[in-house]
Write a protein that binds this ligand. Sequence first.
Ligand code: CA
Length: 618
Amino acid sequence: MKRVILLMALLLPACLFAAPAGIDRVEPPFWWTGFKNTNLQIMIHGKDIANTTVSITGSNPGGLSIIKVHTVGNPNYLFIDLKLGASAKPGVFKLCFSNRGQVVESYNYELKQRKPGSAGRKSFDNSDVIYLIMPDRFANGDITNDNIAGMKENVDRSKPDSRHGGDIKGIMDHLDYLKELGVTTLWMTPLLENDQPVYSYHGYSATDFYKVDPRFGTNDDYVKLGDALHQKGMKLIIDQVFNHCGSEHWWMKDLPSDDWINQWPEFTRSTYRAGSVSDPYVSATDSIKFNRGWFDKTMPDLNQRNPYMKNYLIQNSIWWMEYASIDGIRQDTYPYPFKDMMSEWGKRMLEEYPNLNIVGECWMNYPATVAYWQKGSKNLDGFNSNLPSVFDFPLHDALIQAFNEKEGWNTGILRLYEIIAQDFSYPKPMDLVTFADNHDVNRYLDTQNDDIRKLKMAMAFILTTRGIPEIFYGTELLMTTGADKGHGTIRRDVPGGWQGDSRNAFTAAGRNDPENDMYNMIHNLLHYRKSSTALQTGKLLHFVPEDGIYTYFRYNSQSTVMVIMNNNEEQKTLETGRYKEVLKNFSSGREICNGKYITDLSKLTIPSKSVLIIELKH
Ligand code: CA
């Protein structure tokens, strides 16, 4: 019997006898068959791994071959190019690493089956309203993950810039709240591990691109959140960052090569002048400093010109899309990375997911400089980003000015009209993501001296004009930054999200009257928008503002919605003869916020600082 076992052992592949793997990183950790692009580049990290030869042994799930194995400057890395042939099947194959004929390491690499319909998944679009959550600040559903042994930062709710303990479970517990509010799509700021000593809560300093931060939950929890959203008919947007990682990222202690990140003789900050990328007259000095300067001392600037880094980022993006059934992507600091790589990324994503929508954070103040970055722009330099959507920062800026300013020839409500009237700059203005505020800017109420009327006007505007609206969590609860200004207080905890909170703002009983009034206004408009194809995808026709009044229509063959914004401190009675090219087809209307019928459209009364939204009737 012993002799038979010995004989069998001799016949088995040598790598079964390999010593325990000293390999500490294999990224991506697994992959899928069935992608259009059949190339896969696996990064291996392990002590002196470059001194081995790589082979596939044991069961090979068909059609799989090693094309090339690359060594880079550091012997602790290998990059393995694999080709998944047409006959590649899901399964596990063994990567063996040999030195002088002896297998010294091995890794069981899994190729999974793609989920049915994965490639054709619908993304977020004009029918959606995005709700932006900072997971550390929404709700703490699991206090056992607040502090994780060995991680560098613990919870301290007394400090606005520390971790507060919110997590995926907390969001899972409040999906009914989001569904009832009427938003359709969830964008969470990044959930990847950020094992940084300070400011780790915001998620923009990844220390592992393949792992959800344990203080938020597990990778599996993230998948379950996506599944739960889908079961409720909602969508999930992932927030990705290609420009930088965290200074405590594991590879910072052992970089693959000197050019893995952009390095400077001394710390050099990006100019943050994103407009310099599209500037026809830009100096090389400015261009390099913007593009290769670091976003912050704790955020090393990734070098997307490095071909291995390029593959790494593209594959990481695809990996999360497939792994967690993601519906859409928000890309952070979009103009900061090497733009040709970003264009290639967009192309690859749209090849694998033809319906995918990606919105880029192109934080600039003019329609022209933002439009440069939208897919299909006719740019003088020929650049095409392959980025379907961009945030409408110019409209955000106009929203801050419009209701605060005294009405004048160039001021007040005209600000909104002027930005919208520049939509010719964009290949697809309807796909812009519109917002009154987000996690990086002042809360809208703070910009309007806490005047709730102005917040209501802003919400009415972004939910009825063109675009895909985004609402920052807490807007419906009149959340403000207060006296203690700063990023940490823009991102306040939702009352009721933490055990021991004095009230629960997730319930009507836990909200005060003004909060309930705001909640109800947003709730009613969101639910109306869900059923109004005119507001989602209808055409826009607007009239030049006069006397502080801006009037526009959203319409299609089914319905027409009239919106009148009164930016005056007085109630106005409006003679509507000026709008007869539209109104001639209608005899009455219904106010959608209160259901009131209007039988005479020739004269309309709009209270001070308010918006009238009317569904017109024949
Ligand atoms: Ca927690």
